[in-house]
Design a protein around this ligand. Sequence first.
Ligand SMILES: Cc1cc2nc3c(=O)[nH]c(=O)nc-3n(C[C@H](O)[C@H](O)[C@H](O)COP(=O)(O)O)c2cc1C
Length: 207
Amino acid sequence: MNKAEILVLYYSMYGNTFKMAREVYQGAKEVQGVSVKLRQVPELLPEDVLQSNEEIRKGKEMQKDVPITVIDDLRECDGLVLGTPTRFGNMCSQMRNFLDQTGNLWQDGSLIGKPAGVFTSTASLHGGQETTLVSIMLTLLHHGMVVVGIPYSSVELLSTNTGGTPYGASHVVGIQQPYQELSQQEKTLCRILGRRVADIAVKLKHT
Ligand SMILES: Cc1cc2nc3c(=O)[nH]c(=O)nc-3n(C[C@H](O)[C@H](O)[C@H](O)COP(=O)(O)O)c2cc1C
């Protein structure tokens, strides 16, 4: 039987959203009958800006082996999990820019009926995780995707006092270096999201 292809696609400047993406990737991989790709969207910041900050340099170094996505990754996937740091309560411009290049996919209906989940990181607890997660969904809905959240049967949703929402996985990184590592609950919820999108993708592919 053909494997369902899951695309975990993210942007990360300091590496925190990348750490989430790795957990989502692992969660998706736990599902039988899938192959999982981890990809980052192209950077838009000028090289001198990237090089001028040590924390950005460290964050980028962590991700140096993750391939940059191409539009065909989206076209070919059976399930998608999209992650972005929160920027003023919204997705980052790198992700917006990439999604704004998907007009052809919209025209062809290439993403219609495919499941998609979302994740984000913020500096502060009330810095806009939910607005970011929900606003990414608007684009996914325009593409006709089947939006997948995290159900409250995931007990971590009730016990977390950092990130983790029914709209998708999230992580509070704090404002000071060193950034807060993913809590056990945040990590588990990333994995649950990856697993859930993969599981639904397998079912939809073979019905
Ligand atoms: C331009 C800009 C806007 C930001 N806006 C927010 C925000 O609205 N709320 C918040 O909590 N954090 C905000 N942050 C902090 C980022 O969300 C945080 O640095 C990010 O989650 C780290 O992810 P990364 O390590 O994957 O880059 C902002 C950061 C930048 C650079």
